[in-house]
Design a protein around this ligand. Structure first.
Ligand code: PMP
Length: 381
């Protein structure tokens, strides 16, 4: 990107040179036949990432927050109720978003570092009914992965639509749209898909589109999927100018993703996740996230006693590795390390070595080489 720094934050993530090269191709007309074909292929590759035969992809300029908004306002009307299942900052954002549109949000919240259990969700669902339920697959603030398959099982046969925020998961973690019974999967380009930021991506089920079509209007113009569906069916048509270069780059990122293959890619994320956690724990660090819900895409780690956030991240940066600080109640107490998308064993080793050296530079005794050695046990040579 701007320099050779290794960006290990929970997004944007490092972008493959093939994607950067696609991004730098000359900007062409949004209706140029070659671009229209590239857009069409990117849309079908995105649907294939959701392993769906029938979902309708919608890809527009924006990011994760816009995709959250698109998902919600098209299927839930002002005055209706939504159940927001939250395990952190981004789950809570759905509550705020609902309020901005006059949608009533009932928030079922876990403690930070844990996920709402299927039993807790089942209990809440037995007491009320909603137009939709929102889940956050991986909440980036806490590194918690929600048991989405089990949640979806509880919604099967009910009228609530399932909205899944996959911003920090899609492309790195399995999300079989049809099999799980998801109605809207929303995500962004800049995390596990490995493209630059700039796009909001959604998949809509037939049931979700039927819900939208049953409404005469929604409180949105740009975010109204009915304006976009004709363009997604035929990207040669115009509603609003697509960000041509970003879509070409997304197409290349999805091509790389499918060349690797979904099972191999998900297994790689699991291995990398295990390796990072083992390395951090070998340094005596504690993870914020409970053992049964640790995400494969990022780790959230308590800073050891006596180590402050700003000096720690400065030491890391001086070793060429950027990690992120924390949000909300964890701000100043923990740091976040992303390990999704194009992150491989080399990046993991560099990042863990930097953590080890940074801690030592700040006066914490850590056995030399211990983090990388512990991680290596989980990675193929
Ligand atoms: N949902 C989740 C789970 C996220 O991690 C983020 C971004 N960190 C968002 C939504 C919002 O995405 P964006 O910043 O692209 O608007």
């Amino acid at each position: 990107m701007i320099d050779e720094t290794l960006t290990m934050i929970p997004g944007p993530t490092p972008v493959h040179p093939r994607v950067l090269s696609a991004l730098s191709k000359p900007t062409v007309s949004h209706v140029a036949p070659a671009f229209v074909e590239t857009f069409r292929k990117a849309l079908s590759d995105f649907r294939a990432l959701g392993q769906s035969a029938s979902a309708s992809p919608v890809v527009v300029s924006g990011g994760g927050t816009l995709s959250m908004e698109i998902a919600l306002v098209n299927v839930v009307s002002p005055g209706e109720s939504v159940l927001v299942v939250s395990q952190g900052y981004f789950g809570d954002r759905y509550g705020d978003l609902a309020a901005a549109f006059g949608i009533r949000a009932d928030v079922l919240r876990s403690e930070w570092g844990r996920a709402v259990t299927p039993a807790e969700l089942g209990d809440r669902l037995s007491k009320g009914s909603y137009a939709a339920v929102t889940f956050t697959h991986v909440d980036t603030s806490t590194g918690t992965a929600a048991p989405v398959e089990a949640y979806c099982g509880l919604l099967r046969g009910r009228k609530e639509l399932v909205i899944l925020d996959g911003v920090c998961a899609t492309g790195g973690v399995d999300e079989p749209f049809d099999r799980w019974g998801i109605d809207v999967l929303l995500t962004a380009a800049q995390k596990a898909i490995g493209a630059p930021p700039g796009l909001a991506l959604c998949l809509f089920s037939e049931r979700a589109l039927a819900r939208r079509k049953s409404k005469s209007a929604v409180p949105a113009y740009y975010a109204d999927v009915l304006r976009w569906l004709p363009i997604m069916d035929d990207p040669g048509k115009y509603f609003a100018t697509p960000c041509v270069n970003e879509i070409v780059a997304l197409g290349e990122a999805l091509r790389i993703l499918h060349e690797e293959g979904l099972p191999a890619r998900f297994a790689r994320h699991q291995r990398i996740g295990r390796a990072v956690r083992a390395g951090l724990e070998a340094l005596g660090l504690s993870l914020v996230t409970a053992p049964d819900c640790r995400a494969d895409t990022l780790s959230v780690v308590f800073l050891p006693k006596g180590v402050e956030d700003a000096p720690f991240r400065k030491e890391m940066a001086s070793r060429g590795v950027v990690v992120a600080g924390c949000l909300g109640p964890l701000a100043g107490k923990a740091f976040r390390m992303g390990h999704m998308g194009n992150i491989g064993p080399g990046e993991v080793a560099k990042a863990l070595q930097a953590v080890e050296e940074s801690l030592r530079a700040l006066g914490v005794f850590v056995p030399p080489g211990s983090a990388v050695a512990a991680a290596a046990r989980h990675l193929p040579v």
